[in-house]
Every structure is written in structure tokens, then in C-alpha cells.
Design a protein around this ligand. Structure first.
Ligand code: 13P
Ligand code: SF4
Length: 391
């Protein structure tokens, strides 16, 4: 008989993706405590309504445009990540902000609300894979490489809203700004007036599309920094000469749209307008008729003439809602394959009901709390964005 002792095997990394482990600093999510009502429970809508009514003004529910219809129907306010952060800050009377969105959005709401208010993410595993592509230790390593070659002082970090609070705090500490997809051009222009180059993170596509298609820079002004390689896989000269150092991150949803999808829809639907989010790859954005942040996609479709046809390259929950709300227009999804944001979709009615019913019984579950020092510096970068001159 063997005498070796049994040791527990290392958990599979897959469990992180499934939200089964505790890794509270990651966007990938952690286990969700408590028992959820089954999705098949026919009383879920009534339960959500009853809990919301009992909580009254104590609760304010925010719903990002990419959320499911079953959840968005209970939102007191809907919007993109920027609008929702501002809406949360404008509700000081609400004890609880229930954020139906993803982890980084709930963090921003916590940073912008008072210490007394509690921000709740109904499923802690609702993270953003793009935000996870820039970890603090990687960004600090990159910054010390820039220091070693003497260019950190002349480099201004511009961080996309889709990033962890720790990365926003890094940006605040180093004189940079947060940006969203609706003000990336303004933020990057400000940064280039302040310094000689930008470190743009984590979405390479938003950075490249804004630099080249909106600011008139060339593709050769941009270099791609791979955090898994020393100095990002670049030479000192490449880093020094760059106007924009793009972090090698992307959105797993918007990155799936291809030039073929654009060509296919144009061949099949004559006169179609192709409207895409700036997180799509450069060749797709270049081939589109219009580029728009989440809010501007919604405004464009609302204002479009009756009978016009639109192929929209963004998250599927939003495109389906646009189609339902604009029956006089032909609204279609740009890609042939289904393309939900799987982490946004984690927040479903059972998770919302569970969060609200827990609050009714005095229990706060799944609170998102950013530590005070991180919150202080992240707010510096967020406030810098809010202070940017209007266009
Ligand atoms: P918004 O900033 O438009 O809300 O976009 C968030 C997002 O996750 C886009 O993929
Ligand atoms: Fe993140 Fe992309 Fe989902 Fe937006 S759509 S939350 S960027 S993974």
C-alpha cells in the first residue's frame, strides 16, 4: 500500500472564470454567497417589485445599457458607464446603490458616492475581461521601464473607464486622466498638450481609433505595448518616439466584429448604415459609416429617419433593445454569431431579487468597497476627466 499523503490539487484557473473562487481584487469575480431563487420561479418579477417598493428611496438601481431586459425594467436610471457614475453621485439620499453592470462600474460609483452609501453588485462575478488585462503590477513594471529610459516624466497616462480602481489610482498618482468612449479624443488631446506622449490603457483599439481617426495622428505614431514582454516587446527608440503607447488589451465582445461582417451586410442590405463602437478593431471602424460610444449609438438610432437600415456593432442586449424600441427602422446586429457580453449577462433577475430581498431583511451582500487610499487617487483621475474643457 502506498504511504504517500494526499494533497489537494491546485484549483483549475477555469474556476476563476466561473466565479467560484475568492479573488476580490480581480475583475474576474468571486463566489456569490447565499442561495439564489431559481430562474424558473414565476414570482420573480413580483418579488423584485415588492422588495423595491419596501426599500423605497433607500435604494437606487442603476442599469447599464448592456444589461438584460429582465433586469433593466427595474432600473431607476439607465446609461453608459460615465452617465451611471454621475447618476450615482447625484443620489446622496439613497443608502444603497444597486449597480446592474460590471465590477469596475460599481467601483467608480463607490468612489464617487459618500462613505455612508453602500454600492452593491448583484453578482460579484460580473467583471470585465478588458479591465482584467491591465493588472497593477504590470502597469507599475511598464512605468518603471519608462522611468529607466527617462521618458516617464514626459508621458501622461490616459486610462479608459473600463479599468480597475487600482489602475485609475495609478493614473491619478501620475498626473493622468480617466476617459470614456465619448470623451477619449478630448482626454488624449489634453494629455498631448501636457506631455510628449500618452500611455493609453487598457483598450488598444479605443486608443488607436481615437488617435488615428479623430486626432489626425498616424498608425506609426502608435506602438503596442505587450505587458507579457520586457519593455512591452519594444525598443527604447520605439518607446521614445511614440506619441501613443497602446496597452495590449481589448474587449472580447467588440473585438469579434470583422471586416467580413461589414462587407457581408453591405452586400446583403443595400443602403445600410454601419455604426460601430470604438472598441472594435481599426479595420472595422475604418470601414464603418459611423463610430459611436454606447450613448451616441442610442442617440443616432433614435434620430435616424423612419425606414433607414442600421447594422450595429456593439453588445447584443443593447442592439436587440434598439430594434424593439425603433420598429419603424431596420436595426440589425453586425455579426452573424451571437455576441452578448457574458459578464454583463451574469446579472439576471434571480441575482437582482436576491440583492434586494437581502437589503429588505437588513443584510448587505456583494458590497463593492474601494480602499480609501485607492479611492482617493482614483478620484483624482476621475475628477480630472470631469474638469476637461467641453468640446
Ligand atoms: P460605455 O462606456 O459606453 O458604457 O461602455 C462600457 C463598455 O463596457 C463598452 O464595452
Ligand atoms: Fe468589458 Fe467588453 Fe463586456 Fe464592455 S462589453 S464590459 S469592455 S468585456
Amino acid at each position: 500500500m502506498s504511504t504517500s499523503t494526499w494533497t489537494e490539487p491546485e484549483p483549475s484557473p477555469l474556476l476563476y472564470l466561473l466565479g467560484q473562487l475568492k479573488d476580490a481584487d480581480s475583475e474576474r469575480g468571486v463566489e456569490c454567497p447565499g442561495v439564489l431563487p431559481p430562474a424558473s420561479d414565476p414570482s420573480l418579477v413580483a418579488r423584485a417589485l415588492a422588495a423595491k417598493e419596501k426599500l423605497g428611496d433607500k435604494v437606487f438601481i442603476l442599469g447599464h445599457h448592456y444589461q438584460r431586459d429582465e433586469v433593466i425594467q427595474f432600473a431607476d436610471s439607465t446609461g453608459d458607464s460615465f452617465k451611471l457614475a454621475k447618476d450615482a453621485a447625484a443620489k446622496p439620499e439613497a443608502d444603497y446603490i444597486v449597480f446592474c453592470g460590471v465590477h469596475f462600474m460599481a467601483e467608480s460609483a463607490d468612489i464617487l458616492t459618500s462613505d455612508e452609501q453602500k454600492v452593491i453588485l448583484p453578482d460579484l462575478a460580473a467583471g470585465c475581461s478588458m479591465a482584467d488585462m491591465a493588472a497593477l503590477d504590470q502597469v507599475e513594471k511598464c512605468w518603471s521601464e519608462l522611468e529607466n529610459i527617462g521618458i516617464a516624466k514626459s508621458t501622461v497616462p490616459v486610462v479608459y473607464m473600463n479599468s480597475t480602481a487600482a489602475i485609475k489610482a495609478f493614473t491619478g498618482r501620475n498626473g493622468g486622466t480617466v476617459c470614456t468612449s465619448s470623451n477619449a479624443e478630448r482626454s488624449m488631446t489634453w494629455a498631448l498638450e501636457k506631455g510628449e506622449r500618452i500611455l493609453f490603457l487598457p483598450d488598444q483599439h479605443l486608443g488607436r481609433n481615437t488617435a488615428v481617426l479623430q486626432m489626425g495622428l498616424s498608425l506609426s505614431d502608435c506602438v503596442l505595448y505587450d505587458p507579457l514582454k520586457p519593455k512591452g516587446g519594444l525598443t527604447d527608440i520605439e518607446l521614445m518616439n511614440a506619441k501613443v503607447i497602446l496597452w495590449k488589451g481589448h474587449c472580447s465582445v467588440h473585438g469579434r466584429f470583422t471586416l467580413d461582417s461589414v462587407n457581408d451586410v453591405r452586400a446583403k442590405v443595400p443602403g445600410v448604415n454601419v455604426l460601430v463602437h470604438p472598441e472594435c478593431v481599426h479595420e472595422v471602424v475604418k470601414a464603418a459609416d459611423q463610430i459611436g460610444s454606447t450613448e451616441s449609438i442610442i442617440k443616432t438610432i433614435k434620430a435616424a429617419p423612419s425606414g433607414s437600415a442600421w447594422a450595429v456593432g456593439t453588445e447584443l442586449n443593447l442592439v436587440r433593445r434598439l430594434a424593439t424600441e425603433n420598429p419603424d427602422k431596420k436595426i440589425m446586429f453586425l455579426d452573424k454569431t451571437i455576441c452578448y457580453c457574458s459578464t454583463m449577462n451574469r446579472i439576471d433577475l434571480p441575482h437582482l431579487v436576491s440583492s434586494l430581498e437581502n437589503l429588505v431583511s437588513g443584510k448587505v451582500v456583494n458590497q463593492i468597497k474601494v480602499d480609501p487610499d485607492t479611492a482617493k487617487w482614483a478620484k483624482v483621475a476621475l475628477d480630472q476627466m470631469l474638469a476637461l474643457p467641453a468640446k
